[in-house]
Design a protein around this ligand. Sequence first.
Ligand code: MN
Length: 318
Amino acid sequence: MTSSTSAAVARALADVPAVTILCHVRPDADTIGSGLALGLALTRLGADVEVAFPATVGLPTMLHDLPGTQLLVAEGDIVGHPVVVSVDAASLGRLDTLAPVFTAASESITVDHHASNPGFGDLDLIDPAADCTAVLVLSVLDELGVKVDDEIATCLYAGLVTDTGSFKWARPESFRIAARLLDAGVDARTWSRNLLDTHPFSWLAMVSSVLGDATLVPNACDGRGLVYAVVRHDVLADLSWEESESVVDLVRTANEAEVAAVFKEVEPDTWTVSLRSKRSVDLVPIAGTHGGGGHRHASGYSDSGSADEVVGRLLESL
Ligand code: MN
């Protein structure tokens, strides 16, 4: 089913003169890597391409050096071509301020791997079995017959290595794809370090403070346990927003809890909440009750209010 949809998306993109590619708000390596890889490929086929993400927050520093960033346009400079593709956005809402650009398209296409994605384009390539959106983009590029060079491969690898937690939960197919991308010229050592193992020095103090106040709720989730931590706006201080993204990977290591949550105060009283589960808890419906979505073992949502209110609302829903 996926391959037939990949072929349909490739047919829709094969001969178009111009394409707008949209990435989700608070962009990560999968949405930007997917967008730039697709953008570079369509550029090589002769299309006029623009890639954009909602201006709500900026591009994470670690993504500044990806190949293809010359295709990125500021929100105010978006042309909005007749064919628009959204990459890695689980809902129209994830396109935030760019949602009108998507809905204005004469042909709208989604490429995504989130289980919660209802399908919101004219053509939807959605495969929750894919480890990342980047591998779905690769399937489209293969249908298009585009050569995956080192630049395109690097963008795809960025999505693959981050969305699989450095291949910790990667499927066999993802290892095969990784080998192919490395053969195409990806500097995997450098990009793994850039994307997963690089933080400013002040990140250490932030993590120390946040983890020191982490809370274990052993009887939450029917006794399977919840561990959570709160990243207040002032503790981020001079750190950029994406530096709080790594905290959940530390919090979820607590053996006593099946579910981990990190509350990130992106602006005063405005929060994004990251949820992780190990095995038995499906997070999609939990995130859904709070207006969010994602994957079975990794989901998220947004909330507003004081820390106590936001934490209290999650505890009530578990
Ligand atoms: Mn993704």
